[in-house]
Write a protein that binds this ligand. Structure first.
Ligand code: F6P
Length: 320
């Protein structure tokens, strides 16, 4: 490869800038040119493409968001649009492309690889819902943000002897909820992977734990399980315990990345470029069993993963 393009796609995640920085500087060190494609595949189709040098990525490693902007490009699933995307890459001399995003973004990379553009995907999402990897860029920061927020809600919840239903992000995945459930010592964790949401059970448990002297009751609810506001109203009506819902929302997607997100994103960015330099294509970088690895995108997308059962059971045991 002679020129590497880099784009971020899908929901942004803290640490994406560290990955972009590593891609740019590793590629420059290997004697390649680098082009930044702004606003994901949308920007590719609109040729929103900029030249990048070492200074383009100065002072970004500590910043949340993505300096390249991002978007969800729904039309990139169409073969004729993918043909056009490959044509634009060729027009700009981009023969290697690093795509930082989630599963949907990797499908776009796969389509471009089939059209002769060498591509490598890097998992970037706060949701941790990419099967071929134990780590995704942004998850660590998002969990820490949610954890700190839940600690704060817990203070006021205790003072008022209230129940709090706190909704965290994760789309259909419960990883953020599970981690916060343990890190915040929640009384209940609701995640769709272990969906046995029985409101009556929660209500009974609140009544029982109050009798045992618990001053507050924290329920961490993974978005996708149910409406937290409705839940709070019903719980209050049935238990007599004042209940409030807090939806943490997009705060989880922002903020300065943790050390882990900065370092792992840097490792992944560098690995993606190393793969392209070695002539690889249609690969996705992952982190498995303590090592940075890579898989064929097809193979990576076909993998399955589930929340750790031991962690889930532990969260229940520790909430008694
Ligand atoms: O995939 C990241 C994520 O933040 C999910 O946790 C959430 O469901 C979704 O994106 C929100 O998307 P948007 O920013 O488009 O509202």
């Amino acid at each position: 490869v002679k020129t590497i393009g880099v784009l971020t796609s899908g929901g942004d995640a803290p640490g994406m800038n560290a990955a972009i920085r590593a891609v740019v500087r590793t590629a420059l060190a290997a004697g390649l040119k680098v082009k930044g494609i702004r606003r994901g595949y949308n920007g590719l189709l609109e040729e929103d493409i900029i030249d990048m040098d070492s200074r383009s990525v100065s002072d970004i490693i500590q910043k949340g968001g993505t300096i390249l902007y991002t978007a969800r490009c729904l039309e990139f699933v169409k073969p004729e649009v993918q043909d056009y995307g490959a044509e634009i890459c060729r027009k700009h001399g981009i023969d290697g492309l690093v795509v930082i995003g989630g599963d949907g973004s990797f499908k776009g990379a796969q389509a471009l690889a089939r059209r002769g553009i060498n591509t490598v995907g890097i998992p970037g999402t706060i949701d941790l819902d990419i099967s071929c990897t134990d780590y995704t860029i942004g998850f660590d920061t998002a969990v820490n943000t949610a954890m700190e927020t839940i600690d704060k809600v817990r203070d006021t919840s205790t003072s008022h002897e209230r129940c709090s239903v706190i909704e965290v992000m994760g789309r259909k995945a419960g990883y953020i909820a599970l981690w916060c459930g343990i890190a915040n010592g929640a009384e209940d964790i609701l995640i769709s992977e272990r969906y046995d949401y029985d409101e009556q059970k929660i209500i009974n448990s609140i009544i029982e734990k109050r009798k045992k002297g618990k001053k507050h009751y924290i329920i961490v609810n993974a978005e996708g399980v149910g409406d937290s506001n409705g839940m709070a109203k019903r719980i209050e009506a049935a238990t007599g315990m004042e209940t409030r819902a807090t939806i943490i929302g997009h705060a989880q997607r922002g903020g300065s990345p943790t050390a882990r997100d900065r370092v792992y994103a840097s490792m992944m960015g560098a690995k993606a470029v190393d793969l392209l330099v070695a002539g690889a294509s249609n690969r996705v970088v992952g982190y498995r069993d303590g090592k940075f690895v890579d898989y064929d995108i097809e193979e990576g997308l076909a993998m399955k993963k589930d929340v750790d059962q031991y962690m889930y059971e532990l969260s229940i045991r520790l909430s008694k």
